[in-house]
Design a protein around this ligand. Structure first.
Ligand code: ADP
Length: 263
């Protein structure tokens, strides 16, 4: 759907926006540290010259930095969570054309959809955006082509490693996985992959926000994400999506109800 593509483009824009804000924020911090450092040197010498000017400069930079983070917070608060029953197979099918266009000629994209799945309890826009991100990552990991498999399964204990640790009940999750035959990740990269701004891609190509957003979306829906990867062999990212039980109407993002201190 074109809406999904717009969503992906929006995510890209959000990535650039946040990346830009982080960059500006860092510049402001550098300025503040510089002013404080100069003040400290003067202070040690018992020299009061220009101290007033350094203080003013530090305060102004700090205020601008605070304004920047306020803007970012306002932006993230505006997004509301809309948890509803989602037919995951239908969602994958509806995105297939778009995903083919995204991956291009030298990548084979196949779907392997399990019949008779229960609906997942998800925000459909977030799930679309998560899937597109995973497929884009898979594509990026295969510059010389390869194969991407988008699969759905009912969760069974044997299908997920270490289920006890996470306290999952059999049948409680729908699995949506994206498997590629690409470069894979080292354990160190897997470890950091969900960190915001962590990227191994060249500057300008990766924002390092894709997987952290995927993680955030799935976590908000009370699911979880698992990465299985081996360098040189490929990667499988699995989304464990809670099954929709009973009536869940539109739910407001819990972040909206969380009181926020201003520091
Ligand atoms: P970005 O794609 O902008 O770098 P992500 O948060 O989506 O940001 O991914 C973070 C990092 O995780 C990537 O830079 C890459 O090193 C690694 N990664 C993610 N998906 C894959 C994949 N399918 N294959 C190999 N590495 C991946």
């Amino acid at each position: 759907t074109e809406e999904a593509l717009r969503q992906a483009q929006k995510m890209e824009a959000v990535g650039q926006l946040t990346g830009g804000i982080a960059h500006d924020f860092n510049n402001l911090l550098t300025g503040i540290i510089g002013s404080l450092d100069l003040m400290q040197r003067r202070h040690r010498r018992g020299d009061g010259q220009d101290v007033e000017r350094y203080i003013n400069s530090a305060v102004t930079s700090a205020q601008r930095a605070a304004a920047l983070t306020q803007r970012l917070l306002a932006f993230s608060r505006r997004q509301t969570l809309d948890l509803k029953p989602v037919d995951v197979n239908r969602l994958v099918a509806s995105l297939e054309d778009l995903l083919h266009r995204t991956t291009g000629e030298n990548i084979t994209l196949v779907t392997d959809l399990s019949a008779g799945l229960q609906p997942a309890c998800m925000d459909v826009n977030q799930l679309e955006s998560a899937l597109i991100n995973l497929v884009i990552n898979a594509r990026d990991a295969m510059p010389n082509g390869g194969r991407i498999t988008v699969a759905t399964r009912r969760y069974t204990k044997s299908g997920a490693p270490d289920p006890e640790r996470r306290g999952l009940n059999e049948g409680d999750y729908i699995l949506l996985s994206v498997t590629d035959t690409g470069s894979g990740m080292t354990p160190e990269v897997v470890e950091r992959a969900f960190e915001p701004f962590f990227t191994t891609k060249p500057i300008g190509q990766g924002t390092g926000l894709g997987l952290s957003m995927v993680y955030g979306y799935i976590k908000q829906a009370k699911g979880y994400v698992q990465i299985d990867s081996e360098p040189g062999r490929g990667t499988c990212v699995s989304l464990f999506l809670p099954v929709h039980h009973g009536d869940v109407s539109s739910v407001t993002d819990e972040r909206d109800q969380t009181p926020r201190g201003t520091g």
